[in-house]
Every structure is written in C-alpha cells, then in structure tokens.
Ligand binder design. Sequence first.
Ligand SMILES: Cc1ncc(COP(=O)(O)O)c(C=O)c1O
Length: 426
Amino acid sequence: MKPYDVAAIRARFPSLANTLPDGRPIAFLDGPAGTQVPQSVIDAYSDFFLRANANNGGLFSTSRAQGEVEDAAHRAAEDLLNAPKESVKFGANMSTLNFQLSRSLARELKAGDEVIVTQLDHDANYSPWRLLAEDHGLVLKTIRLNAADGTLDMEHYASLLGPRTKIVATGMSSNALGTINPSKRIVEAAHAVGALTVLDAVCSAPHYPVDVQALDTDFLLCSPYKFYGPHAGLLYGKLPLLERFGRYKVRPAHDLWETGTPAFEAMAGVTAAINHIAWIGAEFGDPADHAPLSGRRGQLRAGLKAITRYETELVRLLLDGVDQISGVQVRGITDRARLNERTSIVSFTMDFATPDEAAEHFGNDGIQVWSGDFYAPNAIDALGLTEKGGVLRTGLMSYNTADEVQRLLASLKALASLKTLAASKS
Ligand SMILES: Cc1ncc(COP(=O)(O)O)c(C=O)c1O
C-alpha cells in the first residue's frame, strides 16, 4: 500500500492549477458546493461527443456506442453504492429526483399519514416532503437538532415514530455542519414501524463509503458533482420498490424512472469520476479495506476509506489551528475523539466578522469558501444564526492540502487582527 499522495491526485485535476489574476494560487475549499473534476471527466465528455453522440436505441453504430456509455455509467454508479444491477437511476440532480420520488411515493399515502424529516438537512431533503404534506394532508414531523454539537436528537426521533409513520427521509451527513447521522439506526427504527426510508447521501458519497445494502435503506439519493463528477443526480431504490412506485414516464420510455432524454454526456463523466475514486483505492487504498467487496466495488471502498483518513487529518489541523485564534467558534463536532462522527465540512462563526465578510476576505486571498445557510435554513435557524448571516463553511476534499489549511488559518488570523484594529480605532 502506497502512502496517500495528494500531489499525484492533484496532478489529475487541471483546474487546481488556476490562479488569481496576480498569479497567487487558488485554494478550492468550496467542494461541498461542487468539486473540481479530474481530466478524465473532461475527456469523457469529449469522447462522448466525438464518438457516441446519438440518442438511445438506434440501429446504428453511434447509438450503440451511446448505449455502452449509458450501461457503463449505471454499472459504475451501482459499484459506488454497492447496489444491485438496475437499481440506480440517473436524473438531473438530487432535488429534482427527490421531488419525483416523493410524488411517486404519494400514490400509497393517505391524509393523516406521517413523514419524518430532520431539522439538520439540506432543503432538498425537506421541502419535497413539506410540500407533499401540504398537498396530501400528511403530517410532517421534524427530528430536532442538538444545537451544541450539530447532532440529531435520537430520543426525539424515537418519540416521533408510530403506526402512522410511512416515510422517514433523513440526510446521511450535514452539508452545513459536517455531522454524520446514525443512518443505519435511523433505517432500522423506521423499518420497525413499517416505514420506508429515504437517505440523502449527497454530502456523504464524497467522503466515505456508502453501501446501500449494508444500510438496508429503501431509497437513497446523491449528486456526482459533489464527488468529482459532472452535474447529475443518482437515485437508488430497492428493485421491487422501483417497480411498485415507478409511474411518471411517457409511454414508450423503457425505464420507469429515467424518462425523457437524459444528459448522456454527464453519464460518461460520472463513470470517469467513479473510476477516479477507484483509482485512489487501487493506488493508495489499504487492501484490507476492500473487504467484503471485490473488483471496482472493493477499490471504491478502499479509496473512500483512504480519503476519510486523509481528510480527517486535515480537519484535525484546521480545528487545532482555529483553537489558537480567539473569537472563532466551530459549529458542529469538535471533540477530537469523535471525528469519526463528522465529515471534513467544517463551519465556523467569528466574533470579529460576518460569514460574508470573511468569505470575501478569503476570496481576495485566493481561498474559496462559502458563507450563509447553504440551503439548510432550518439548521442555521436552530443555531440562532439566521440573522447573523449563517456560518462560514470550508470543505476539505481529497485534493486539498495541509498547506491550504495553513493558508486559510493565516488569512483568518490576519482578518482577526485587521478587524480588531479597526474596532479599537473606532
Ligand atoms: C446534503 C445535500 N442534499 C441535497 C443537495 C441538493 O443536491 P442537488 O444540487 O443535486 O439538487 C445538496 C446540494 O448542495 C446537499 O448538499
């Protein structure tokens, strides 16, 4: 097993070499809003348009080539999620797929039935259910967030479950605070009362292995543009459930969920992105981490475990550095013994600057981060931060470096001194 070589990984991403107009390097710490892509993803687009640009099902060579691209993408997505054949569907993005899924599940729901969501989640895993409840007279129940560490209140969850619970739709990990939720426990408890489960894995899939069979979830959604791929969405469903609930399609379409002409070129890119993660596994993964899977599934598992280990060290560095700067509060899990309960999305607030001010300051230093609520308004509200502009979010991805974390910390220190000086003069 070779040590994790971030330089070799970065060399595969041409955009990481971009600079500010004055030549300073750019630190892409904005990954949770969408990652950069390796050259292989860019090449896959060109290859599709040069070689396979046809609609599907034609009796001619480019259409056959297109069919191979489509098949390859489905096999890759199934491998990433350790899903059975034909159980992963492509769509425009997670939000659109979740609206489609929720409307499809509504076929078997009656007024008074209950849907459980969480206060922590991205709105794409909240509003589809909120609006469904409004349209069909359902009862929407929301699992509370523990504001102190950004975790879900599992006792509250237990108290919400009951005989009328039909759907439990929860995020696997938070795009705002980085919390990893106990998804397996959530699924088990939902199944115990006969409810179906939907997991939002958008912010999990880039950071650690997501195994739909181990989770035993009924449905799961994620977005390849968060794991080094193009803009697209993925929906996993247990095969009998996909069959039972699939409905909204035009008649000649052969698939119950993929209707209309999809972005075939994005499918080509998704395969390349997944192969990139498998490459990390093959190069830098621990062979012991492949088990119990083999082939590309094993490589993906090992790759994502190697990524988790690497990103966790960056988180530790960032948390240790932030501790040295007064007036900065990390929102979410900071206990070093619990870093396995969080991803490498680290958000904080500052006494000396608003999140927007800080994001602009970092941006001027070539450090790209996001500020605000990141479409997780309920979570930001629960923390009492809505009026204060939310939080400053950094996303440490498999291609980010310790140097970039140090640059962020230096820039944060400079901002703290600047603001403190300005305050002392006024
Ligand atoms: C946790 C989470 N869920 C859902 C979404 C929505 O995904 P999409 O942009 O594919 O609709 C996002 C996007 O940021 C997200 O972070």
